[in-house]
Write a new protein. Structure first.
Ligand code: GLY
Ligand code: MN
Ligand code: MN
Length: 431
C-alpha cells in the first residue's frame, strides 16, 4: 500500500464502538465499493467504502465484513471475507491480500474467501434476529442512479432472508465517525502536511500566460510522490472570473496578468482527507481591490474560525459567519447597511456574493458524515471556508482551513499553509 500501515488497534477500537451500539442479537454486513469501469477494459479507479474501511482498514475491492457480537460460536463474531487470488489475477493484476495480511491489517482473526460468503452466512443467519446493512445516506448522495454493491447486498438479503429485521449501518457510523481518534487525526495531519507542501509548489509555478492545469500539475506531482492515494476531490484552479463558479474544475483557462487565482484542493492520504483553499495573484502582486477582497475574507476566516468550539451548533455558527461576511460586503461597497435594513429577509443581500456554507465535517469523506444539528465535540474536524464572489469584477475569493475541535476551542491543522498577503507575495517573489 502507498501509506504506512495503520495500527490495527484503530479498527479493533472502531469495531468495539460500533458493535456496542448494535441492537441485541443482530449481525452487520458491510461491503466494499465496486471498481468503477471506463468504456472498455480500463478503470476509473477504486475508492473504498468508508464505513467498511473505518471498521476493517481493508483497502481492497470484493471485501465483506460480518460482525455478529452475540454469535454463540466465538469464531462467528467477526469474519472478514476477501477475494481469493489465482494465477490469472496474479499475471494481470499482481498480488492481492493474503488471509494473513488481511488479518494483520484489520485485527480480525477469522478471514475467509469471499466466494464462501453465502455458504458461511447461511450457517449463522438463523441465529440472528436482524441485519445491519450499509446504504449511502449522505445528505449529498451521488449514487441515486447507479446500483452500488451495498444496494445489491440489500436486495439480496431482503430476498434471501425476508423475515429478518433490517437496521441501518449509517445510523451508527454517522454517530461515531464525526469524532476522530488520535490515530485518525494523525492521518489527517499527514494529508494536511502534504497539502501545505503542494500549495507552496503550486504558488511557485504561477505566472502570467500559463494554463491553469500547469498549476494543477504541481498538486498531482507532490501528492503522488508523497504517498497520497489521490486528490480528495477534483481540484479547482480558477483564474479571474472562473473563481466565481463555485465548482469550476476544468482548469483549462489561461492565467492572465492582473488576475487572481482561487485554488481549492485536497489530499487523500490513507483514505483521510484535507480540504484547503488559497488565492494568489497570477503576477505575484495583489491589486488594491484584490487585496481588499482577500483581506475581507481573511478577517471572516480569522473571526469565524474562533467560533468553532465545543458546544456550538454548526447551523447557528453559519448564521454568525454570514453576519461577518455581510459586514465585509458593506465595507467593500457592494451594498449599504441601509440596504440590509430594508432587505427581504427571505432573500438576504449577502447571498449574491456569498452563496455557500462555511463549515463541513471532514475525515474519510471530504464532506464527512455527521449531523449539523449536533453540538460540536472535542475531536471533530471541520473546515472553515468563507468566500466573497464578485462576478461583475471577475474576483472570487475563498480561504479554507481544517480545524480540530479541542477542549479550549480548536487547532488549525493547516496553519503552516501561508495565508497573509505579505507571505503569499514574498513566496511568489522568491522563485
Ligand atoms: N472543495 C469542496 C469544499 O471546499 O467543500
Ligand atoms: Mn470545504
Ligand atoms: Mn475546499
Amino acid at each position: 500500500m502507498r501509506y504506512n500501515q495503520i495500527s490495527n488497534q484503530l479498527f479493533i477500537k472502531n469495531r468495539a464502538r460500533f458493535t456496542a451500539k448494535m441492537v441485541s442479537n443482530t449481525m452487520a454486513i458491510l461491503t466494499s465499493n465496486d471498481v468503477k469501469h471506463n468504456n472498455a477494459d480500463d478503470v476509473m479507479g477504486f475508492s473504498q467504502n468508508n464505513d467498511l474501511f473505518y471498521l476493517s482498514g481493508i483497502d481492497q475491492d470484493e471485501t465483506i465484513l460480518v460482525l455478529f457480537p452475540e454469535a454463540q460460536k466465538p469464531e462467528n463474531r467477526a469474519i472478514l471475507f476477501i477475494t481469493e487470488t489465482n494465477e490469472q489475477m496474479r499475471i494481470w493484476d499482481g498480488e492481492k491480500l493474503t488471509k494473513a495480511q488481511a488479518s494483520e491489517i484489520s485485527g480480525v482473526s477469522r478471514v475467509e474467501w469471499v466466494h464462501d460468503f453465502e455458504k458461511i452466512l447461511q450457517l449463522m443467519a438463523f441465529e440472528a434476529d436482524g441485519f445491519y446493512l450499509g446504504h449511502n445516506e449522505h445528505i449529498k448522495r451521488v449514487t441515486h442512479n447507479q446500483q452500488t454493491r451495498q444496494d445489491r447486498m440489500i436486495l439480496w438479503v431482503k430476498e434471501k432472508y425476508p423475515l429478518h429485521n433490517l437496521h441501518r449501518v449509517a445510523k451508527i457510523t454517522r454517530d461515531l465517525r464525526p469524532v476522530k481518534s488520535a490515530e485518525e487525526l494523525a492521518l489527517m495531519q499527514q494529508a494536511a502536511d502534504i497539502s501545505v507542501e503542494s500549495f507552496k509548489m503550486a504558488l511557485q509555478a504561477a505566472k502570467p500566460n500559463i494554463k491553469e492545469y500547469v498549476i494543477e500539475a504541481e498538486l498531482i506531482y507532490n501528492l503522488t510522490r508523497s504517498g497520497a492515494l489521490r486528490h480528495a476531490f477534483k481540484p479547482i484552479v480558477a483564474s479571474g472570473k472562473n473563481a466565481c463558479a463555485l465548482h469550476y474544475n476544468t482548469n483549462d483557462d489561461m492565467c492572465k496578468d492582473g488576475e487572481m487565482i482561487l485554488m481549492d484542493f485536497g489530499v487523500c492520504y490513507a483514505n483521510y482527507n484535507s480540504d484547503t483553499t488559497r488565492c494568489f495573484p497570477v503576477n505575484g502582486k495583489f491589486s488594491e481591490r484584490q487585496k481588499a477582497v482577500y483581506n475581507a475574507v481573511l478577517r471572516c476566516l480569522k473571526a469565524g474560525s474562533k467560533l468553532l468550539k465545543p458546544g456550538v451548533i454548526p447551523s447557528e455558527y453559519e448564521t454568525k459567519m454570514a453576519k461577518l461576511v455581510e459586514a465585509e460586503l458593506i465595507n467593500l461597497g457592494l451594498f449599504t447597511a441601509e440596504d440590509v435594513a430594508n432587505q427581504d429577509e427571505d432573500k438576504p443581500l449577502y447571498k449574491k456574493y456569498y452563496m455557500h456554507g462555511s463549515a463541513h465535517y471532514i475525515g474519510l469523506d471530504v464532506h464527512d458524515v455527521g449531523l449539523y444539528t449536533r453540538p460540536l465535540e472535542v475531536g471533530m474536524v471541520l473546515t472553515c471556508e468563507p468566500g466573497i464572489y464578485i462576478s461583475e469584477e471577475g474576483i472570487g475569493c475563498r480561504l479554507e482551513n481544517d480545524y480540530i475541535i479541542t477542549e479550549d476551542g480548536n487547532r488549525n491543522m493547516t496553519a503552516a499553509m501561508p495565508i497573509e498577503v505579505e507571505d503569499i507575495e514574498a513566496l511568489m517573489q522568491k522563485k
